[in-house]
Structure formats: structure tokens, C-alpha cells
Design a protein around this ligand. Sequence first.
Ligand code: AMP
Length: 361
Amino acid sequence: MKIGVIGGGQLGRMLALAGTPLGMSFAFLDPAPDACAQALGEHIRADYDDKDHLRRLADEVDLVTFEFESVPAETVAFLSQFVPVYPNAESLRIARDRWFEKSMFRDLGIPTPDFADIQSQADLDAAVAGIGLPAVLKTRTLGYDGKGQKLLRKPADVSNAFAELGSVPCILEGFVPFTGEVSLIAVRGRDGETCFYPLVHNSHESGILRLSVASSNHPLQALAEDYVGRVLKQLDYVGVLAFEFFEVDGGLKANEIAPRVHNSGHWTIEGAECSQFENHLRAVAGLPLGSTAKLGESAMLNFIGEVPPVAKVIAIEDCHLHHYGKAFKAGRKVGHATLRCPDRATLDRQITAVETLIPRV
Ligand code: AMP
């Protein structure tokens, strides 16, 4: 079976690493000449709205999937004429736009921060009067890794904020005084079979994920599964979906969803019976899903800007290196380490061992 992937970054690369043993082959459509997935499959170098090349991709593959959500709606609609596309167009439409996303959470009864649609500075002033400060202004589309958002602490931060984010459609969200951030990685097959990985604790710095630690028997696991299950059903979703929550007042508030494999699920490569990458492929290909059970205690640390010396990383016991083969550049995710340890005390020690290799900014 040949899988077409829109996007050829590290997520595409790790999909191919998981799918190749299942007998799958891959084609990646990505305009970047150095797309790092090209080492693992065919690289169709074209823009995401290039119909000739999209058609070529559709003709070559059995189905198309995505490694990022900011794909133009027309691209999804165009591809869907010729080849099955998973997740479906509606899932991408909702997930790429924070207004649609948060409105869906509200409609499904899933707690989420107060929010308002912002089309102008006047809208922002009115929304701040209602929601209060602090609040977070975010572009509706194209935000990632903390980009396209601005924390508004005091009235002076508000006065020019809409222009500072480029005068594009935004949402304003109430600031959540969270005690932690967690994500739930879920997978749903074509027949509706659904599995969930254990909740993951995530730590960010400067808006970028640094550390994910898989939990054991998290008290909010069942609640998170209930919320995520509602979304999967609503969207008739097929594939892996990541759902990020704030932990607050002993409950959960929905932050955002990603309709794809996710950085906070990378630990599953070695830390779970079947990884998020393999399970995404199983789901979109109509194959039985694999077990999401955790193996030991597991965590993932991102390498941002550079990968530490390979010999030093792999010398750490229980540590598995994933080097994406990308050019090193400040702020860029270029690799990660997965730790899989027999117990929590060992895991904490090995997290510290990997952290000592990461240059502090
Ligand atoms: P996002 O791109 O929406 O995931 O936001 C990136 C990070 O900013 C989150 O992981 C949080 O640490 C922080 N953040 C985003 N929205 C809020 C909010 N409404 N309240 C508090 N912190 C937030």
C-alpha cells in the first residue's frame, strides 16, 4: 500500500519509519527542497495548492493523510475527488481554525476558556471588557509553537494588539491559571474503533514543547477520554488526534486539537506497545488498531536548535535517539530522545541526564 502524505517534515519521516515494516511505501508532497522525510520515500516538491502535482500524488497512492493541519481547504477538497483522504475535510476545517475549534468544544459541552471572535481592534476592546485581563490573543489560523499569539496582561497591552498580530482574524481567550498541561493522544479506525494512550504531562518553554512525561493511572484519564471521544465521534474522525488540555481546579479545560500525530506522542515509539505513528497508519489504512498500553515509565525530550553529540545521548541507559536529519537552526525541532525506564525514579534520573546535554538558552 502506498501512502501519500501532505508535508514532508519529521512527522512524515516518523510515519514512514513506522509504516515501512508493515509493507507500506510513501510519497511526500512538500515545497521544501530539504524536506527531511524525503530520505524515507518519494518527494514530490510542490506547493500545497499545486493542482498538477496534487493530481500526480493522488494517482500514485492508495490514500492521502497529513502531517500538519494548515493545509488549504481547496487542497483537501481537490484530493478527495480522486483518492480517500483521512482525516476528513471537516476535521481539518475545524482543527485549523481556533474559532471553529473552540465553538465545537462549547457545543459538545467540553469546558474551554472564555473566548470571543476578534475581527478588529474594536472587537478586541469589547471582548477585553467582557472577558477581562489577563487574556491571550491568538490568530485563528496558522499559529504553532507559541507563534501568532500575545499575552495581554494590562490595558496598555491591548491598545495595539490586533495590529501587532497582523490585523488578521483572531480569538481572545481568558487566561487560564493552569496547574499543568496535559495531552491525550487518541486513535480512531475507519470502523469507529477507538483507543487512547495514557495522558501525557507537557512542559513548554517559550511556547515550544520541551518535555512530555507519560502518566500512570492519571485521575483525569477517564474524563479526558470522555471529552476526546465526543470530538472523535462528532467529526467521524479517522486517524490519530491529539487533544491538549489545561489542568485547572482539579478538572480539564480544552486548549486545542491537532488532527495528526503529535510531538507529545513521540514517546510512544519506544514507550508504548504500538506507536502513535503505526496506529495512525493502521487507522487510515483500515487495519486493526494496535495496543496503546505503556511499556514501563516513559518520557520524551525535544532537541531544539541542535542535537547533542550522538554518542553522548545514546550512552545514557534507557535512552533512544531520534535525529530528524534537519539542518540545525535556533528554535527548530531537530530531534528528540525517548526514555523508557523500569520505574519512575529511574526515569526522573535519566530525564536529568538528557537535560544536562541540552544547552540552556
Ligand atoms: P497554544 O498554541 O494555544 O497551544 O498555546 C501555547 C501555549 O501558551 C500553551 O501550551 C500554554 O502554555 C499557553 N497558553 C495558551 N493559551 C492559554 C490560555 N488561555 N491561558 C493560559 N495559557 C495559555
